[in-house]
Design a protein around this ligand. Structure first.
Ligand SMILES: Cc1cc2nc3c(=O)[nH]c(=O)nc-3n(C[C@H](O)[C@H](O)[C@H](O)COP(=O)(O)OP(=O)(O)OC[C@H]3O[C@@H](n4cnc5c(N)ncnc54)[C@H](O)[C@@H]3O)c2cc1C
Length: 482
């Protein structure tokens, strides 16, 4: 929204206070006529697809001027960084949008095979696997563009750009729609169910408070995750793999790198770090990549032509709003996606969690109908189940770093010790040259394949201490779906 539009809408705010009273209870509907979704990002688009099966009309509103193609946009700034879709998210994507994989591939995405990548973690490379596992690799804006295109093609769905939602319409009994600001003018859009998919900065709590409902408790687990990303022209000579992931071992190792092919014969190189400032200049970006314990990111940033400056993102905490614990919630309104829970992005869980929450919402609508508070309550219970495991994984993993603060899930230390052994057991042989060059991350002073050969890595016996890894190490399932 432009400054002048924002001002105009602000000036009209007083009128909208009256707007909520204008929606007469006589408009009560028991049929699923109109669903209104706030936010046309990944959560909003999955939700629109699911609700299109349950409502006569679905309207998706986004305050951004949504682009025609797969380009990054202001309202989803994370689109500038590498995104991976976990196996569950990928499966849900294929089920809800049959044929979308082919469409993405035709538009330049790459099918990456797990065995053709280099995955360095726990002091060594992951071994090859017998099972064929592949994933679609594309930029986040391209994925979003194809989702948007498919959703917009549904006959009963309309996506509206440049419409900012400012509050809820409430008739004293249930939410009846949203108040919106469009072209500097305030108006109301009525709906039988409003779904807030406006992301981490969702104002749903404040809106609920305005209409007399309690607001959810918010859990924050401080992670201070920073991302720095550049895009490079891709050529097979840049590195000897189709993708590369490098992750240092906690608690001392905080750095990570993701080198992933994206459309247009490009690499997206995202460097991650914690409890520090993001990289802003090209020289530091290159030095960081070259200083990692595996060489692939360094190869790409030194060999390939850079196409963008360094772009960065900082996330201070994983954030979870506990809607499922509220005793009173308004009928006709739910929140979903990052608006409920935004994870430390390094674990790659947000899009998959949103997809699974959208499916859960469809089931809740089918089960409870939309008439009363059974729908939001039932949905929040199911959404909490979707979120619980990835939340424990992500924040549990973050607690491998002593700087992490916040509510620590029960059992975190036990799971982390177990996962340390699993990760060590997943290591395979690595080029000897690499280990001569990179002593870092070798607690025993031997290459990981040697440690494995001794059996200690698999079992944790004979005094070998596995690095302090954890269930949520960023690799847990990253986009290498079955
Ligand atoms: C740096 C980074 C990297 C990430 N990497 C991964 C990854 O690898 N894998 C993964 O699965 N997830 C990843 N995520 C998380 C992922 O991007 C989100 O979980 C996903 O986009 C779903 O979020 P959402 O749709 O709920 O919200 P968002 O993506 O934040 O979208 C919110 C939408 O709502 C719109 N909006 C906001 N307010 C209003 C309003 N008042 N009115 C109208 N519209 C509004 C915005 O314009 C936007 O389009 C990453 C996140 C970050 C920050």
């Amino acid at each position: 929204m432009t400054g002048s539009r924002a001002t105009t809408c602000l000036m009209a705010q007083r009128r909208t206070d009256r707007l909520s009273l204008c929606v007469a209870p006589a408009m009560t509907r028991t049929s699923n006529h109109h669903a209104v979704i706030i936010g046309a990002s990944v959560a909003g688009l999955f939700t629109a697809r699911v609700l299109a099966d349950h409502f006569t009309i679905v309207t998706v509103l986004d305050r951004d001027d949504l682009p025609e193609g797969g380009t990054a946009r202001k309202g989803a700034p994370q689109g500038r960084h590498a995104h991976a879709l976990l196996a569950a998210g990928q499966r849900t994507l294929m089920e809800l949008f049959p044929g979308i994989a082919d469409e993405l591939l035709a538009d330049g995405a790459t099918l990456i095979n797990f065995n053709e990548g280099r995955w360095y973690q726990a002091g060594g490379y992951r071994s090859k696997i017998n099972k064929k596992r592949a994933a679609i690799s594309a930029s986040r804006p391209l994925l979003e563009h194809h989702l948007r295109r498919r959703v917009a093609a549904l006959p009963n769905v309309q996506i509206r750009s440049s419409v900012a939602v400012d509050g809820l319409l409430y008739d004293g009994r249930r939410v009846r729609g949203v108040q919106v600001c469009e072209d500097g003018t305030l108006s109301g859009i009525t709906g039988d169910l409003v779904v807030d998919c406006s992301g981490r900065s969702s104002r749903a709590s404040a809106w609920m408070e305005q209409i007399g409902y309690p607001t959810p408790k918010v859990d924050h687990v401080k992670c201070e995750q920073v991302y720095s990303t550049r895009i490079f022209r891709r050529s097979p000579s840049d590195m000897d793999a189709t993708f590369a992931i490098t992750i240092e071992s906690p608690a001392d190792g905080k750095r990570a790198a993701f080198v992933v092919p994206i459309e247009g014969d490009r690499w997206i190189v995202t460097l991650g770090d914690r409890f520090t400032a993001p990289i802003t200049d090209e020289a530091t970006f290159q030095a960081f990549a070259l200083g990692l314990p595996a060489p692939e990111a360094g190869h790409v940033v030194t060999r390939a032509e850079a196409l963008t400056p360094v772009m960065n993102h900082r996330m201070t905490s994983s954030q979870r709003r506990r809607y499922e614990k509220l005793r009173r919630v308004p009928a006709g309104f739910v929140t979903l996606g990052d608006a409920i829970c935004s994870f430390n992005p390094i674990y790659g869980q947000g899009m998959s969690s949103s997809a699974l929450q959208a499916v859960a919402l469809g089931r809740a609508v089918a089960r409870h109908g939309i008439a009363d508070t059974e729908l939001p309550k039932g949905f929040y219970r199911q959404a909490a189940k979707v979120i619980d495991s990835p939340w424990k994984i992500a924040v549990g993993a973050d607690f491998a770093y002593p700087e992490t603060t916040g509510p620590k899930p029960i059992g975190t230390n036990l799971v982390n010790r177990y996962m340390a052994r699993v990760l060590m057991a997943a290591l395979g042989p690595v080029p000897a040259l690499l280990y001569r060059r990179r002593p870092q991350g070798r607690p025993s002073g031997r290459a990981p394949d040697e440690r494995r050969a001794g059996g200690a890595a698999r079992t944790g016996r004979r005094g070998v201490t596995p690095p302090r890894f954890h269930a949520g190490s960023p690799t847990s399932g990253v986009d290498i779906s079955a």
